[in-house]
Write a protein that binds this ligand. Structure first.
Ligand code: CO
Length: 153
């Protein structure tokens, strides 16, 4: 495994739409292993392939006992609302409130190309939404929550 360089939001790569994963091969496994090691080193709880400069629809989330590797993820259902602070390994010195679902049902492929459907809740659901957004070039602060009273900072 190897630590990969995490690109920051000054890099236009992070705004591109990633392409589907089509080869569930050794190269993908190496990428996923490297992403996990890179995420651990950076003390994060999720990472998407475009954050290490690979424009493919692959992302990982790890929080507590929860660990998931998702290729070509699609959110089939979402419900509930949790408004909480978010940050990102690609965004230095910035965090803001984001409104995320408390429940999602997500379809994805694992590293071997097997399709799964999983229900994810609470913090893990928020983290999955954040990482899946990266695959479409969306960053958390694009979705900054404002209650209309306090306004934007
Ligand atoms: Co992020």
């Amino acid at each position: 495994m190897a630590i990969r360089n995490i690109v920051t939001d000054s890099d236009p790569q992070l705004r591109k739409i990633s392409r589907e994963v089509v080869s569930f091969d050794e190269k993908l496994h190496k990428l996923l292993d490297d992403m996990r090691e890179t995420m651990h080193k950076a003390d994060g709880c999720g990472l998407a392939a475009p954050q290490v400069g690979i424009l493919r629809r692959a992302c990982i989330v790890e929080t507590g006992d929860f660990f998931i590797e998702m290729m070509n993820p699609v959110i089939l259902e979402a419900s509930g609302s949790q408004i909480s602070g978010e940050a990102c390994l690609s965004v230095k010195n910035r965090s803001c409130l984001v409104d995320r679902p408390t429940y999602i049902k997500v379809e994805y492929f694992d590293r071997y190309g097997e399709k799964h459907i999983k229900e994810v809740e609470n913090f893990a659901a928020k983290a999955c939404c954040h990482e899946i957004d990266h695959l479409d070039g969306i960053l958390f602060y694009d979705k900054e929550y404002s209650d209309g009273k306090r306004g934007r900072r």
